[in-house]
Design a protein. Structure first.
Length: 206
């Protein structure tokens, strides 16, 4: 009976956390105009809008350079440039492509290596709204003492207000919440044990 009570309480805490997470995702958009940072990073994903938003921020002088992290090795620079009409000059001078990252954790390592190599102390992070909390947790774990400003891109297919009403949106929000919790627990464990991610980050920079 006692075990069942503990299980029910844990489930209620998890459920409350899920709704708090969903509310936080909802509050991320529309993204406010960010203060200028040293650099801008965009985590690639299913939508080209992440790259578009990062380049537009560069156009408005919100950072010195952009890193597009997690670019598919088969994608050419010209193809990315075509996603943002009129951006050829900026792409040629101020956009770096990262090809090493394959998931959010390795995105963070790639971003950390890039920021360290350029001596950046502040970054604007561009990714989808639902993906932002986990991205920030991963980047903070890989890159300490750097100010991160979120710039979330809304996801048209995700109703952040009534997300629980349909199975696809409820599944996406719940899955992302579980991934976020896993990232937070992993970073907490690394802090507790003193485990470092420096070797992986240096490998991403190579």
């Amino acid at each position: 009976m006692r075990f069942l009570t503990i299980l029910v309480v844990a489930a209620l805490i998890w459920l409350a956390g899920l709704f708090a997470f969903a509310q936080h995702v909802r509050d991320l958009t529309p993204a406010p105009d960010p203060a200028r940072a040293d650099g801008i990073v965009a985590l690639t994903g299913p939508s080209a809008e992440r790259v578009n938003a990062a380049i537009r921020l560069l156009e408005y002088d919100k950072g010195d350079r952009v890193l597009i992290s997690g670019v598919n090795r088969e994608v050419r620079r010209r193809e990315l440039r075509e996603l943002v009409p009129g951006s050829s000059r900026l792409f040629n001078c101020c956009v770096d492509l990262g090809f090493e990252a394959t998931d959010t954790e390795s995105n963070a390592q790639e971003i950390a290596a890039w920021a360290r190599s350029r001596g950046y102390d502040s970054l604007i992070v561009v990714t989808s709204d639902y993906h932002m909390p986990r991205s920030l947790a991963e980047i903070e774990g890989a890159l300490s003492n750097v100010e991160l400003t979120p710039f979330a891109v809304s996801t048209p297919s995700l109703d952040t207000e009534d997300w629980w009403r349909t199975e696809p949106t409820a599944r996406r929000m719940t899955l992302e919440y579980c991934k976020y919790l896993a990232a937070v627990v992993r970073e907490f464990w690394r802090d507790l044990t003193g485990e470092e991610d420096a070797p992986a980050a240096e490998k991403a920079a190579a």
